[in-house]
Design a protein around this ligand. Structure first.
Ligand code: PLP
Length: 427
């Protein structure tokens, strides 16, 4: 990073500046704030947008278009009309889609557990029988992906993010050389937390690269596929098609959900892959369940109707949350701009702003904010094992608090960044 505003100060100016910041911090701390910004959750107005989902069915409206009584058991991969709608989100054919459950994270977790216990198409051995299984983990990334790996004893190898996706030179080098590398986590659009969208070149390289493991999989978590904040959405190359074109049709599993379209926890989860992968998975899933909640699927079809319905709905979400993203950027610009004490992303979609402090400051900033009543995502959470090698990344989740609370919280974060940076400069 370039020379900071603090490095330009002489010792007495720095000491004076530090005592002003400390006084301001004590003032804020005495206000006893109680704000939780630790997770990217929709706010109440966003949830209200989908209120009609609760009563859009009547007592007599329970049949899918093919006559299926949605109140009863059956249909492991979802009713046809929800598969068609989800196929649009996932950019796959309905035959390549499974809609099931209420959480895409659960689909990811269960899929990796299955790969541990049973041979995936292309596997020689279930992963649990191998002495070691490793995953590539572009970082900063989604903490819960890393938690699945840690829970299952999968060793995580961090890979840096660049402006258009993971460092592909490193990804290609490692995947080609190491047979224990079985997978890579990707949040390819409006990534959590960096906000970036993978370039065509990165998508193609992932699809075509040589992998030493014959059963290597890309876990393509497209959680923010339709979550645009601008009128000119980012475009992401279709990975399933890229994999097919490269002669690696089974390489990718794609995931998404309606958690941040309808209701988190009461939405619908979906995934896509080659028919080989999907048919394999359906055989596994039928052991676990007789079928998903088809009434909820029907509700989603009735409420959203078609892709245009989802797009219009997402524009309403954006109208609520874009001002929150703008407020964060405005506060950082006005308090930290030109000081070289931090950098922050300006995402065009998704749920997060990625903030980087000076190296060695993130943990202290999060702790100071917590001491004054503002809970942020834990520093380090965005890296495998919670270990941010430079201790500088903080994930800002601006969607949940109302604007006045968000303003208070972010002004405090900006103050803590200046305070901790000054402390470090004085040390
Ligand atoms: N994937 C990513 C990248 C997320 O950011 C989140 C939630 O924050 C999820 C998955 C969770 O999705 P679901 O509610 O479908 O389990």
């Amino acid at each position: 990073m370039a020379i900071t505003s603090l490095e330009r100060m002489n010792n007495s100016d720095l000491a004076g500046y530090y005592s002003t910041l400390s006084r301001n911090y004590k003032k804020v701390r005495s206000q006893n704030l109680k704000l939780d910004m630790s997770r990217g959750k929709p706010c109440q107005e966003q949830l209200d947008l989908t209120a009609g989902l609760i009563d859009c069915l009547s007592r007599t409206d329970f049949r899918a278009a093919n006559g299926t009584d949605c109140r009863n058991y059956g249909g492991i991969d979802g009713i046809p009309e929800i598969r068609e709608l989800c196929a649009w989100i996932l950019e796959a054919r309905p035959a390549e889609v499974i809609v099931g459950g209420n959480s895409s994270l659960a689909l990811m977790h269960d899929l990796i557990v299955r790969a541990m216990l049973q041979k995936l198409p292309g596997s020689e051995t279930p992963w649990k029988k191998l002495p070691q299984v490793r995953f590539l983990c572009p970082s900063p990334g989604y903490d819960r992906h890393f938690a699945i790996c840690e829970y299952l004893g999968i060793e995580m190898i961090p890979v840096n993010y660049q402006a258009d996706g993971p460092d592909m030179d490193k990804v290609e080098r490692l995947a080609a050389a190491d047979p224990t590398i079985k997978g890579i986590w990707c949040v390819p659009k409006y990534s959590n937390p960096t906000g970036i969208t993978y370039s065509d070149s990165v998508v193609k390289r992932l699809a075509t690269m040589t992998t030493k493991a014959s059963d290597f999989r890309i876990f393509w978590d497209n959680a923010y596929a339709v979550h645009h904040l601008t009128n000119t959405p980012d475009r992401l190359l279709n990975i399933l098609t890229a994999c097919k074109n490269a002669g690696n049709p089974d390489r990718v599993f794609i995931f998404a959900s309606s958690s941040k379209i309808s209701f988190p926890g009461s939405g619908i989860a979906m995934m896509a892959g080659s028919e080989t992968n999907i048919n394999w998975l359906k055989k596994q899933m039928i052991i676990q369940t007789i079928g998903p909640d088809k009434m909820n699927q029907l509700r989603h079809v009735r409420f959203f109707k078609d892709p245009a319905g989802i797009e219009a709905h997402m524009r309403r979400h954006a109208a609520i949350i874009k001002p929150k993203f703008d407020l964060v950027t405005a506060i950082f610009e006005s308090t930290l701009g030109g000081k070289n004490l931090a950098t922050w992303s300006n995402p065009r979609g998704g749920y997060f702003i990625s903030l980087n402090t000076l190296p060695g400051c993130a943990k202290k900033v999060v702790a100071k904010a917590a001491e004054a009543g503002v809970v942020l995502t834990g520093a380090g959470a965005t890296f495998p094992y919670g270990l941010d090698p430079e201790d500088k990344n903080i994930r800002i989740a601006p969607t949940f608090p109302p604007l006045p609370e968000l303003k208070q919280a972010l002004e405090l974060v900006a103050l803590c960044i200046q305070l901790v940076s000054a402390e470090q400069e004085l040390a």
